[in-house]
Write a protein that binds this ligand. Sequence first.
Ligand code: FAD
Ligand code: SIN
Length: 533
Amino acid sequence: MQQTDFLVIGSGIAGLSYALKVAETFPDKKVLVMTKAAADETNTKYAQGGIAVVNDLENDSYEKHIDDTLIAGDGLCNEKVVEIVVKEGPERVNDIIEWGARFDKEKDGEYKRGREGGHSEFRILHHKDITGWEMERALLDAVSKQENIEMIKHCFVIDIITQHHLGFLVTKATPDVECYGVYVLNHVTNQIEKILSKITLMATGGNGQVYRTTTNPTIATGDGVAMVYRAKGRIENMEFIQFHPTALYEPGVRGHAFLITEAVRGDGGILRNSKGEAFMEKYDERKDLAPRDIVARAIDSEMKKTGTEHVYLDCRHFSKEKFVEHFPNIYQKCLSIGIDITQQMIPVSPAAHYSCGGIKTDEWGRSSINNLYACGECASTGLHGANRLASNSLLEGLVFAHRCSVDAAEKVNTISFQNEIPDWNAEGTSQPREMILITQSLKELQLVMSDYVGIVRNDIRLQRASRRLDLLWEETEQLYQTSTLSPQLLELRNMITVGYLIVKGASFRKESRGLHFNTDYPSKSEMVQNIVL
Ligand code: FAD
Ligand code: SIN
């Protein structure tokens, strides 16, 4: 058993920047970062386009960034939170620059600024087309130099520990549910250990793997949201799943799809259907740079009309030199599958990309469970509303990591460890006989979610999804009760819970707003509400 003042679950931008902040504030306190995979295997590492921030007050303004965020969010953003993130953003971006992140600059030393869908100005700082890789590199480097941070890799956090584990009945109505730490499956020892903590941060990222095709890596299985839901914490707005309009279409490739950043459209890329027609002007006057929900739905509609599995992104008019300078990774990836972007159009289709909802937090990142914070993609802070504005996610991660650290710093000395926590009880479990029971259920879940709960939804599809998820849940729960735990089984269980929450949120929302489009209720309802589960 270990004890730590600060426990951080996740090693992406949210977890690492928070760990650095609390470690710098309390050099004498221990900060433990846990991650279920290699340290850098995160959504953060794959971020391409960049980080949206107002850093040129002559040509841009906080008000414009706030307006762009509110417009994309389609009436559901928390205006106070939007203002906080936009206005505190520049200082937080300076933090990561101080930790060593490099953003591209012009010859005169000014930062290069890109543009993406929904942004009225050029304000996206980037490192070529591998911004996330660069940020993750800088953060891991800074963490390795901070002596009071310990990083434990390949450790799967199973559940947070609350009064439930002390034998008390905990329900959604229980006041003051407390987080005392976590149970983890150590992949190296294959043992389930308990870690006690005074303050815990959930920074477990997104859930794209719930769908068949996603831009997210395999770690993105929604574990944090599922854990908090099981612990009776509040989860919000899960129906708002953002599909990125332009994942590279590669026949036969399922699961993790390569992204073609929206910055390519920001630089002039044009979407065309299978007949070669530029179609976006039919859907929105902002054409290819309309917010993502609109572009993804337009592509979905074109694909359905023409019966094809993709559309095209046309970059043939770009100067090769300029394209390679800004997008070297994309250029190489396309070449590797036989596409020379100066001669051929890039086949693209939408893929699950980002979860706008998640663990409900207040403006200091506090979840509804005492001593448990949530930050980054697993959190629902109110910034994104019904649709996230491009490149606002890395910014939110930095701003809220800082805010969580400030609030936690005030609290940590008032909390004691709870020493009565029992060890994990694995009695009556044995090795599962067949992995196919897990892998086949995962495929079924991904099919159900993609076919019934994707870009366009309706009530019959949602009811069907719900019935199928019930069966998957029942079978998986039985397996969970009787099997020796494995990361695959734990992830499947979490993904079914997340699928259930998405379907529930979608079923309760009797309107179409932002990323949630239900053909049975094609307009917005007059009642503007968050759906809290
Ligand atoms: P992550 O970076 O995903 O980190 C999650 C961490 O939690 C990982 O370390 C994981 O191992 C760990 N973890 C999860 N479950 C467990 C568990 N049970 N036990 C232990 N550890 C666990 N946003 C932008 O703003 N700009 C962009 O340009 C941009 N481009 C993107 C491109 C791609 C291809 C993708 C996928 C996303 C992009 N996004 C972008 C979104 C953004 O990258 C993510 O939302 C953000 O990086 C999430 O950071 P995070 O720290 O919350 O989670
Ligand atoms: C992209 O580069 O297109 C992704 C940006 C984002 O998800 O914010």
